[in-house]
Design a protein around this ligand. Structure first.
Ligand code: AMP
Ligand code: GLY
Length: 424
């Protein structure tokens, strides 16, 4: 088989690594990819937003299966374009990707089908949102731009003043563009956060594994929100009992609700959950693998991932026995100092050879490129240093050891990824 992967981050590197293990695969292409993905795939210089050009490439290169890693093209309808050309593609159609593309849609779906989530209101009018905040809101409160905003469109506001300022940012000056045409105002919840990735074939949902992300830029969860500075899998707080509750009250009901709405979901649903005192509740849905969740979940997966992708497309996921290794996995992101605001690119990365032929250690590239025969930094998040271990503590020690193997100017990382493990 020939497989095309669309995307260019650490998540797509982890997907490429798993696809490369499949005995069924001859050739892998990745558009646009990065310097690390080039180890497994031929890089294709087509933007992930040029759906027609990607479909043309898939036709002309006899691509048998295309896997979409990123949210933007999924929400934008790349799967619909591929399907209309008769191409096999893994990921939800635009109408199903709305689960991530519109928080207003997702909240209304949860309400209609009694899926546990925070109380909320949706606003299209800034004056009405302000009036609600002045007269009915309890603080702290959460404001969310409804559309895609690179994980940055969520504001937690301590008081009315902050909330009015946040409303101005989202709906007034449109800091997140059209993502702020609608705004969700949501009850503030407290508890531990858990991410659960799952495969879905329209009717069956099978969990991969749980993970915990670290979204803030600085140690001790300080600083700005980022795409994710590291994570670990599994989460020790995601017990068997919680898992059973989530299957029954969240995962299956979500998939059934999408089907009932005529928006059958096929692909990956990433459930962002908060374990509150009143039980697990949905924080958000994503319509794709997480980044860096894929980096800690896929190295633990035992199945041939191409079989699983095909089962999701064909509606036969019930026949797949998904298996994950007991070993734990930890990923520490090496970023460019200054991320997520401003940072320099083009710094030479040294020491990548240490990862060659070293079982249980992975260096997933998030933002890298080739320049003059060298590999250089090319983004805010640069590398995802990932290690397996017999348990979380060992995986964490291994990952932090490997962090020292690579170096580049302005290398920045958090020192407390997985610290919560000590409290488990
Ligand atoms: P989201 O992109 O919706 O996952 O939100 C980003 C982050 O904001 C989450 O990972 C939480 O840490 C936080 N967050 C979102 N919604 C809420 C909420 N209702 N209560 C408390 N924290 C929240
Ligand atoms: N790491 C969070 C996400 O991929 O959305």
């Amino acid at each position: 088989m020939n497989v095309l992967i669309v995307g260019s981050g650490g998540r797509e590197h982890a997907i490429a690594y798993k696809v490369a293990q499949s005995s069924r695969v001859d050739r892998i292409y990745c558009a646009p990819g990065n310097a690390g993905i080039a180890e497994y795939a031929e890089l294709v210089p087509i933007s992930a937003s040029d759906y027609e050009a990607l479909a043309d490439f898939a036709v002309s290169h006899q691509v048998d299966l295309t896997v979409i890693g990123m949210d933007d093209p999924l929400v934008g309808g790349i799967v619909d374009v591929f399907e209309s050309r008769g191409l096999r593609v893994f990921g939800p159609r635009a109408e199903a990707a709305m689960l991530e593309g519109s928080k207003a849609f997702a909240k209304d779906l949860m309400k209609k089908y009694s899926i546990p989530t925070a109380q909320y209101e949706v606003f299209e009018d800034k004056d009405k949102a302000e009036e609600y905040l002045r007269t009915q809101a309890k603080f702290p409160i959460v404001l969310k731009a409804s559309g895609l905003a690179l994980g940055k469109g969520v504001l937690i506001c301590r008081d009315l003043e902050e909330a009015l300022q946040g409303t101005e940012e989202i709906m007034g000056v449109k800091k997140f563009g059209s993502a702020g045409d609608q705004m969700v105002i949501e009850e503030f919840m407290t508890g531990r956060e858990v991410s659960v990735l799952s495969f879905v074939d329209g009717k069956t949902v099978k969990e991969m594994a749980s993970a915990q992300d670290h979204k803030r830029a600085g140690d001790g969860d300080t600083g700005l929100n980022t795409g994710g500075m590291g994570n670990f899998s599994p989460s020790p707080f995601y017990t068997k009992e919680i898992q059973e509750y989530c299957q029954k009250h969240i995962f299956q009901p979500t998939v059934d609700a999408m089907r009932a709405e005529g928006k059958e979901f096929r692909g990956v649903i990433f459930f962002g959950l908060m374990l509150t005192e009143d039980g697990p509740k949905v924080l958000e849905y994503n319509c794709r693998f997480g980044d860096p969740e894929a980096q800690v979940v896929l190295p633990r997966m035992e199945n041939d991932i191409v079989d699983v992708f095909e089962a999701c497309i064909d509606g036969t996921l019930d026949q797949i026995d998904l298996k994950f290794r007991d070993e734990a996995c930890v990923c520490v992101v090496l970023a460019s100092d200054g991320y997520p605001l401003s940072y320099e690119k083009g710094k030479e990365i040294r020491g990548l050879e240490h990862f060659k032929d070293r079982d249980g250690y992975f260096c997933f590239h998030a933002g890298t490129a080739f320049r003059d025969g060298k590999i250089v930094t090319n983004g805010g998040r640069v590398l995802g240093i990932t290690a397996l271990g017999e348990n979380l503590k060992e995986a964490r020690a291994n990952a932090y050891r490997a962090v020292e193997w690579v170096d580049f100017d302005n290398k920045y990382f958090r020192h407390d990824i997985g610290k919560a493990i000590d409290e488990a």
